[in-house]
Design a protein around this ligand. Sequence first.
Ligand code: TSB
Ligand code: ZN
Length: 649
Amino acid sequence: MEKIQVKLPEGKIIEVASGQKIQEVASSQGINSNVIAAKLDGAPVDLDRALSRDCSLDWISMNSPEGVDILRHSTAHLMAQAVQSLFPGTQVTIGPTIEDGFYYDFRREKSFAPEEIEKIEARMRELATLDLKVTREDMPREKAIGLFRGLGEEYKVEILREIPEETVSLYRQGDWLDLCRGPHVSSTGVIRAFKLTGVAGAYWRGDEKNEMLQRIYGTSWPTEEALREHLRLLEEAKKRDHRRLGKELGLFMVSDAIGPGLPLWLPKGAIVRSILERYIVDLERSLGYQHVYTPQLARVELYQRSGHWDHFKDNMYPPMLFEDKEELVLRPMNCPHHIMMYQHELHSYRDLPLRIAELGTMYRYERSGVLSGLSRVRAMTLNDAHIFCTPEQIQSEAVGVLRLIEQVYRDFGFTDYWHRLSLRDPKDRAKFVDSDAMWDNAESCLRHALSEVGVVYKEALGEAAYYGPKIDVQLNDVLGHGETVSTVQLDFYLPERFGLEYVDTDGQRKRPVMIHRGVVSTMERMMAFLIEHYAGNFPLWLAPVQVKVMTVTDQQKEYAQKVFEDLTRGGWRAQLDDRNEKLGYKIRQVQGERVPYAVVIGDREVRDQTVSPRRRGGEQLKPMSLKEFNDLLRLEVANKISHQQSAGS
Ligand code: TSB
Ligand code: ZN
C-alpha cells in the first residue's frame, strides 16, 4: 500500500497509508475530542477527508474562533434539517454564521410562531441525539441543479447558477442535504449546546424589492456552561440596550418622517450631551486646543481635492446643485474645513503644534442595514481635532492624545477597552492612497507612540483611514464586542494634497504633518455607549435629573417647594413631586427614572428643617441640613463618583 508523509502541528512527521482519513490520524495521535475539523495544507477541511498525498495537518478545536464558527455553521444545518422535517414545503435559502451565532433564511408564507420555534429546537435535539453522520459529496454543478430542482428548492437552483466552479459540494446528514462549501462537524452528536434566539423577516438577498423570507437566529457553543454564560450576557445586554433605555428614559427618538439614522435628542438626552460637550471642550482648552465653528456644507471641489471624493464617496451624500453652477456637499468629515483655516495665514514653526478642534457635525451615508440606534447614525457630531505639527512633534502629540484618552476613560469609569493599530491593506490600492514609503513611516511613528505609553495593541489590516494609519481605541460592550470610540490618525497625505506649509527655524518652507483625532467619539456613539455602560444609571455629574424632591402628604408641600427652589438655585437639576400620590408609588417611579437622589420630605424634615436623601440603589442617608446635602452633592460631582446601580434594574 502506498504511504504518504503527514506533517503534524508540532512539526512531527508521520507516515500513513494513502487514503487514510484525517479522523483516523487524529485518533491514532490521541487528539482530544474538541477537535472538530482540520487544516490540510492550511485549508479548512472535514475530519472525514481522506489523505492522498504528502501534506501538513493542523487541528481546529471547537474552542478556537475558527472551530466555533464551524460548529455554528453545522448547527445552522441542523436547524434547517429540523425545519424541513417539521414543515415540508419550506424552502431553504442561505444560512451563514454571524458574531456569536448563526441564522438561516427560509421561504415560507407564514412567519414562525414561538411554539413552532420550540418545536424546531426540540427536533434539533432529537436529530443531534441520533448522531447522524455528516458527509460531503462533490458533484458537477449541472447535476446539483437538477437535484435541487427536483426537490423544489428554487433558491438553491438560483444560487447554483451563479457559482462559477464546475464542481460543487453537498453535505448530507440522514435524509437531508444542503449545498455547502463546508467544512462541518463529523456527526450531529457533536452539536450539544445551542438555542434558537429569535425570528425576523428578511428580504431575499437583502433587497426590499424581493420577497420576504423568514429568518431564524440561533447560537451554539462548545459547552453548556459557555451557552449559559452567553445567554446570561444576552439578557444583560437586552436590559442595557440603549435603544430601549433611550426610549424609556426619554433621552432620544427617531422619527420615520425624518428618516433612519437621523436621531433627535430629547430634553433629557440633550442635557447629558451638553454636559459631555462642555466637559471635553473645557478639558481640551486646558490642553491647548482651540475650538472653532465651521459650516457643514462645502463645495464638492474641496472634497475632490482632499481625496474624499475618490476614496470615501460611497459614504457621502450626493452633491446639491445650485443655480446650475455651485455644487455643495454635506461634509462627511471636518478635516478640509480645518485645513482651510490653517491655510488662512502663513504659519511659522512657533505656531506648531496648532490644535484646531470642533464639535463638528457631519453626515455619512451609512447603509440602512448597519444603522443602529445612536451608535451608528447618518447625522453625527464628532469631538474632532486636527493637530498640525512638525515631523519631530508627531510622537509627543500622539502620546498626548493617548494620555488624554486615558484620562477621559478614567472619568467615565471605562475599564474594558483595548488598542488597535489599524493598518492599510497593501493589496487594496483603491481604498488607500498609494505610497508605500509614506505608510511605512506613519506606521512606525504610531508604533513608537504606543510603546512610549506602554499599551499593548492588536493589529488590524485594512482598517486604516484612506489617508493614513490609526490607533483606534475599542470599547467592549457587555457581550465583549469592541467598537471604535477614540481614534488617533496620522496623515502625511492631506498636507501634501493641499500644499500645507510652515516656515521653519532656518527660514525654509516645510510641510507640516496632520494628526486627526477623536476622543469622546461622536456625541451619538458616546451617548449610546454611556447609556449601556451605566445601564441608564448616569452618575450624578451626568444625570439629566439629579435630585427629586417628594412629599409624603400635602402637609409638606410648602417646605418641599422651598427645598426644591434652593436646590435649583444652587444649580442642581432638581424636580419636585408634590402630587397627592402614595409615597411607595412615587419612589418606584423615581427608581424607574433612575434619578440618583430622592429627597423625601416628611413631617420630621419639616419640623427639623432637614432633608433625608435616599440614593438610587436604595441606600437611605441620615437626615441632614440642606447645606450638608449640597456639600455631599458637590463632592460627588467633583469626583465624578458613580454609585451602585438601582436595585431593581
Ligand atoms: C478624527 N477625520 C477623522 C477625524 O479627524 C474622522 O472622521 N475619523 S473617523 O472616520 O474614524 O470617524 C471618527 C469617529 O467617529 C470614529 O472613530 C467613530 O467613533 C465615530 N463614527 C464614525 N462613523 C460613525 C457613525 N456612522 N455613527 C456614529 N459614530 C461614528
Ligand atoms: Zn479628520
